[in-house]
Write a protein that binds this ligand. Structure first.
Ligand SMILES: Nc1ncnc2c1ncn2[C@@H]1O[C@H](COP(=O)(O)OP(=O)(O)O)[C@@H](O)[C@H]1O
Ligand SMILES: [Mg+2]
Length: 366
């Protein structure tokens, strides 16, 4: 039975200095997949290892299926093997001296669960991960992608109440990574398993996650469905990490609800959305995704004139460098035709796609 995971005020501190995990709070409802996304060193693996029981948290509470498995303040710490968790890592944890079938059957035999229907469970799980025809092959004869499927099958076969995955696709080549990524979502959803998945790859996070949690420096910055992370990023780091590469500097003129009017200087005024407490007089950075800027269009709001100074045709898309009142914009046009020439160009920045944040300097963006 898959179970909900609840994490409250989780802190993990190694030695002195800044905690690796710093007051993290989130929930994974039963059957849902949550992806923790963030740059290397932000605390993803440490969070996962705390859930697994491989790391001893410094503070906070972790519950799985309503049972508290870790709460240092009350001296609660359930051992990893009593947590009923499946784990898949970046490295292929496959026994080379066994066949595929033996690898997958091992956890069942080890647990002495299921008795007679071990064969049926193994067969069913191998089918699920697409290895039905490889059951009797020696594990040493498998490709990286197949080995990772074996590792996955071995974690799924005993139906743990929670599955933890730490960058399981990182060692695969690009093409295979994309294929297995798409398939992984199907497999996990077919089992109805609760999953916590960790990655630094935004594309992986979007495809796999019912919700994505973006982490930075041990903090969880935002937890939301992929569409919300991509269209309503909570701060400039989330915007930038998920691909908003343009930032325009300006001054807030006025605010109405979540809409702010910003003076960009030479180009004039722009309307933008903000999730933050920006007020008139504040300096703001407006984040924009390259693919959300409309070249050659004069919309009803936020319409300007810019100048194409360079364009790079990439076959399926074209990247334009556009000069815009002393600031620079990168614009992406999808499609196999490059429609705009160097020189003057109309451009529209749809207000819904302009996100204003407090100016915390370049460091906030990296
Ligand atoms: N066993 C450890 N001892 C000391 N510091 C650690 C240990 N494990 C991780 N860290 C530190 O904790 C921080 C978070 O690491 P980690 O959770 O592995 O990040 P991520 O998985 O996001 O790349 C890093 O600064 C890392 O150096
Ligand atoms: Mg890691």
């Amino acid at each position: 039975m898959s179970a909900a995971l609840l994490i409250k005020h989780l802190v993990k501190q190694f030695g002195t200095g800044k905690p690796a995990v710093d007051d993290v709070n989130f929930e994974v409802p039963a059957g849902e997949i949550v992806v923790l996304l963030g740059p290397s060193g932000c605390g993803k693996t440490t969070t996962l290892r705390c859930v697994a029981g491989l790391e001893h948290p410094t503070g906070g509470r972790i519950s799985i299926g309503g049972r508290v498995v870790s709460e240092p303040q009350r001296g609660v710490l359930v051992s990893p093997r009593e947590r009923d968790i499946g784990m898949v890592f970046q490295s292929y944890a496959v026994w080379p001296h066994m066949t595929v079938r033996q690898n997958v059957a091992y956890p069942l035999k080890h647990r002495r669960s299921g008795g007679g229907d071990i064969d049926a469970k193994v067969r069913e799980t191998l089918e699920l991960v697409g290895l039905g025809e490889y059951a009797d092959r020696s594990a040493t004869l498998l490709s990286g992608g197949q080995m990772q499927r074996v590792a996955l099958a071995r974690s799924l076969v005993y139906r743990p109440q929670l599955l933890l995955l730490d960058e399981p696709l990182s060692n695969l080549d690009a093409k295979l990574r994309i294929r297995l990524r798409d398939e992984l979502r199907r497999i996990l959803k077919a089992t109805g398993m609760t999953g916590l998945y960790v990655t630094h790859d935004q594309a992986e996070a979007v495809v796999l996650g019912d919700r994505i949690g973006v982490m930075r420096n041990g903090k969880l910055l935002q937890m939301a469905p992929p569409g919300e992370i991509y269209n309503r990023p909570a701060d400039s780091f989330v915007a930038n990490f998920t691909g908003a590469s343009n930032f325009l500097l300006g001054k807030v003129l006025e605010r109405k609800g979540e809409t702010v009017t910003i003076d960009l200087g030479a180009p004039g005024r722009i309307e933008a959305w903000t999730p933050q407490s920006l007020a008139a007089g504040d300096t703001a950075r407006v984040a924009l995704r390259a693919e959300n800027i409309r070249l050659g269009e004069r919309g009803p709001v936020n319409a300007f004139t810019g100048k194409v100074v360079d364009r790079r045709y990439q076959g399926m898309q074209t990247v334009y460098d556009v000069e815009f009142g002393g600031q620079k914009l990168e614009v992406l046009e999808l499609g196999t035709a490059a429609r705009h020439q160097p020189g003057e160009v109309a451009l529209t920045l749809p207000p819904d796609t302009c996100w204003a944040y407090r100016d915390e300097g370049q460091a906030a963006v990296e």
